[in-house]
Design a protein around this ligand. Sequence first.
Ligand code: GSH
Length: 212
Amino acid sequence: MTGLPRLFGADYSVYVRIARLCLIEKGIEYQLVPLDIFADGGPPTDYLAKHPFGRIPAFEHQEFSLYETSAITRYIDEAFEGPQLQPLDPVHRARCNQLISIADNYAYPHLVWGVYVERISKPGRGVSTDEDKLVAALPKARNCLAAMSQLMRDGPWFIGEQLTLADLYAAPMFDYFLMTFEGAELIRQHGNLQEWWARMASRPSMAVTKPS
Ligand SMILES: N[C@@H](CCC(=O)N[C@@H](CS)C(=O)NCC(=O)O)C(=O)O
């Protein structure tokens, strides 16, 4: 066992990718321990000691174990040297936290599960799209993009000049969503999100963490 921080998960996972983006953007060497949460028969039973809710990622740093991506990424940002990924002033930090909450509660279920999984992931596995679910997700996805576009400050990133956790949360969700025809159509209505996505997608951290 190395002394490197360890992240348990799989590269297809949005949340594992968020944590990896955070580690990479901070410049931290880490070990990705493969854990397929959707494996036949479920994850190894001893994984539940690391994450009692059976999700990925889980994280270990020396003797410290942690699960829930919001706690993991904030810990990484605060415990390690490297570029600050959270604004210091209360207003911008609150906006960053608000965008993370939007990503968790609206973008992940609607953009990823409602649109991407139904349109691309399920047919790719030979499972039929639930058209009702997809149709129901689209106005919610539209609303989500409109809210995120409205909250985006002038500047290259969501919070302006500083790349923050808000960008790292949104990016893996947008990456899946924009693979769909509907996602590509919807983002066209928001020039600032389109420009943000072009910038975000060209970061080396995004290339390194691209799902295989
Ligand atoms: N609240 C968790 C969510 C993590 C999560 O939902 N991960 C997905 C993969 S992206 C997962 O493990 N899904 C397994 C399942 O739903 O059974 C976090 O922030 O870490």
